[in-house]
Write a protein that binds this ligand. Structure first.
Ligand SMILES: Cc1cc2nc3c(=O)[nH]c(=O)nc-3n(C[C@H](O)[C@H](O)[C@H](O)COP(=O)(O)O)c2cc1C
Length: 184
């Protein structure tokens, strides 16, 4: 069986981040056809086009990690009805140089969450505005907006709110089929 690698980009720097926990849960639930590699953004510096002629090592590392993956999933918290600054910065770094986006052609997933009631819908919509043109095909269905995640995990990151497990399972199974479809 072919195994496809997936860069799972976590849009929060918080140690106890729900986004990170969701990424880790997806990695555990993923079928054998996918290998999820969790990518955190703590060491990624700000994009500055002046530096593009001699890009910083952290940009090069991030771009090579994405380029070396078959697919990408963005796991995003919602900040002020959009994505966090660190995630937008990572998208900007990965999207350049112009015409050479590291995400290009890679099947792409969008997963958002919130401790609140709307599950990061605003962040997902922001990503659906930003990503077309710089990624590959974005999984259209199922959409996944995980709301009320504040009590979904224990202190070790294990799922304790069992209702989210089948939601995450259905998502990662559909994403595996999406990757297989586009990476034959
Ligand atoms: C600057 C900021 C803006 C936020 N804006 C929203 C928002 O628009 N909608 C929402 O549901 N939650 C919002 N939140 C709450 C986040 O959903 C919550 O802090 C969440 O835990 C962040 O994701 P993380 O756990 O992965 O760090 C905001 C939090 C911060 C720090």
């Amino acid at each position: 069986m072919t195994t496809h690698s997936v860069a799972v980009i976590v849009g929060s720097l918080r140690k106890q981040s729900f986004s990170l926990r969701i990424a880790q849960a997806l990695a555990k639930l993923a079928p054998a056809s996918l290998k999820l590699n969790i990518v955190t953004l703590n060491d990624l510096s700000f994009f500055n086009q002046d530096l593009e002629a001699n890009p910083p090592a952290d940009w090069v590392k991030f771009r090579e990690t994405v380029q070396g993956s078959d697919a990408v999933i963005f796991v995003a918290p919602e900040y002020n009805r959009s994505v966090s600054g660190v995630l937008k910065n990572a998208i900007d770094v990965g999207s350049r140089p112009y015409g050479k986006s590291s995400f290009l052609g890679k099947p792409t997933g969008i997963v958002t969450s919130s401790p609140g009631p709307i599950g990061g819908l605003g962040a997902a919509l922001a990503l659906r505005q930003t990503l077309p043109g710089i990624t590959g095909p974005i999984l259209p269905q199922p959409e996944i907006y995980l709301n009320a995640v504040g009590d979904a995990f224990d202190e070790h990151g294990e799922i304790i709110k069992e209702s989210i497990r089948p939601v995450l399972q259905a998502y990662i199974d559909a994403f595996a089929a999406w990757v297989a479809l586009h990476k034959k």
